[in-house]
Design a protein around this ligand. Structure first.
Ligand SMILES: Nc1ncnc2c1ncn2[C@@H]1O[C@H](COP(=O)(O)OP(=O)(O)OP(=O)(O)O)[C@@H](O)[C@H]1O
Ligand SMILES: [Mg+2]
Length: 349
């Protein structure tokens, strides 16, 4: 597809930047062959993850969030067609041999998987599983392993960690298991932690605690976090910047404040409008919804993939070329070709 982004736009000198990019993703495309043709799961995605920031990746189910992170970590199946570039601290990691990636995966870039609650092995004690994660990348004796495991359980806020080390996963609550998974992921103080829907299966109070843990980790270990979620409410509290994906493409990228107060892309605006807000209670009692369904990733509509659902779509304009993500305002990117026009309209009304 021809949706290339002007990558010079991501130079880390812009506002909110000044921070070196430790991960540079450029023109990332992932296609999966299917009976009907290629399924374009990720289509020309480019972004920087800056040092010590939390970047939220948001989009509805099937928008390509997990595939993006799996591509970064080289975890996609062989039949996936992957192109583009992913640089970690300036070094290309896309397409490098598994053997060479092992040193980076886990140690430098760690991931908490979407199905974390089932990722713990039920037959081993949690303490042993954490110790195992520590020992994969560094040599230490039993005493050091135990101390490090304790320290990690404390860091993720598990109460009474000495006793908890001896327990099995089924003795942990859902939130505690999720925290144990985070403890394992950060065992080697990775530079980047990718957390894929780390709070989805949890109730609201526990969600908040897990998000607190992520924030604490970022502050204590100076790592960067990529937080993947379909829930804009989750990124509002913890992310510095947000990338919004739709049908495998990026449609908006901005600081969290810019996105929430001046969302530029109609899809992002639709997502924001469907967030429950205390100050709007009593309005109509009804949340705004984005009408229609996301498109098939095999048969994408021509032009902007959102145009069939977009309240601002103009026939003959939005259904022509795939729009490029571009900097509409400082450090605020949108792929909507009508972005400026819609901003002007918005400020008139
Ligand atoms: N291994 C695979 N083989 C074929 N298609 C895949 C594979 N993995 C993902 N896909 C497809 O790629 C698209 C993007 O999937 P992805 O898992 O990235 O979505 P997501 O944004 O993470 O959604 P969710 O919020 O539901 O987790 C989907 O259409 C999915 O069916
Ligand atoms: Mg996913």
């Amino acid at each position: 597809m021809n949706n290339a982004v002007d990558t010079s736009l991501f130079a880390p000198s812009g506002p909110g930047g000044g921070n070196e990019a430790i991960l540079e993703v450029r023109d990332l495309c992932v296609g999966f062959p299917s009976d009907d043709g290629i399924l374009h799961a990720v289509d020309n995605v480019s972004f920087d993850l800056r040092a010590n920031e939390t970047m939220g990746i948001v989009g509805e189910s099937g928008s390509g969030k997990s595939v993006t992170s799996m591509a970064i970590l080289g975890l996609l199946p062989k039949y996936a067609k992957i192109t583009g570039s992913v640089k970690f601290r300036g070094e290309e990691i896309l397409g490098v041999r598994d053997k060479d990636l092992t040193a980076i995966r886990g140690a430098k870039i760690a991931m908490v998987f979407q199905d974390a609650l089932t990722s713990l092995n039920p037959v081993f004690r949690v303490g042993d599983q954490i110790a195992e994660a520590v020992s994969v990348h560094r040599k230490c004796d039993r005493k050091e392993l135990r101390e490090r495991s304790l320290e990690l359980l404390e860091l993720v806020g598990i109460p009474n960690p000495v006793a908890r080390l001896e327990q099995f996963p089924h003795e942990y609550s859902g939130g505690m298991r999720q925290r144990a998974m985070i403890a394992m992921a950060i065992a080697n103080e990775p530079d980047i932690l990718i957390a894929d829907e780390p709070t989805t299966a949890l109730d609201v109070t526990i969600q908040a605690q897990v998000l607190d843990v992520l924030e604490r980790i970022r502050d204590r270990t100076s790592s960067s976090i990529m937080l993947i979620t379909h829930d804009l409410g989750v990124v509002a509290g913890v992310a510095d910047r947000v990338l919004v994906m739709y049908a495998g493409r990026q449609v908006e990228m901005a600081t969290v404040d810019d996105l929430f107060y001046r969302g530029l892309h109609p899809y992002a605006q639709g997502l924001l409008a469907s967030l429950p807000r205390l100050d709007r209670r009593g309005d109509s009692g009804q949340l705004s919804r984005i009408h229609g369904q996301p498109p098939s990733l095999v048969f994408l509509p021509p032009g902007c993939a959102f145009n069939p659902r977009c309240p601002h779509a103009q026939p003959g304009v939005c259904d022509q070329n795939v729009p490029l993500l571009r900097e509409v305002e400082r450090d605020h990117f949108s792929s909507c070709i009508r972005a400026e026009e819609l901003v002007a309209k918005g400020s008139e009304s």
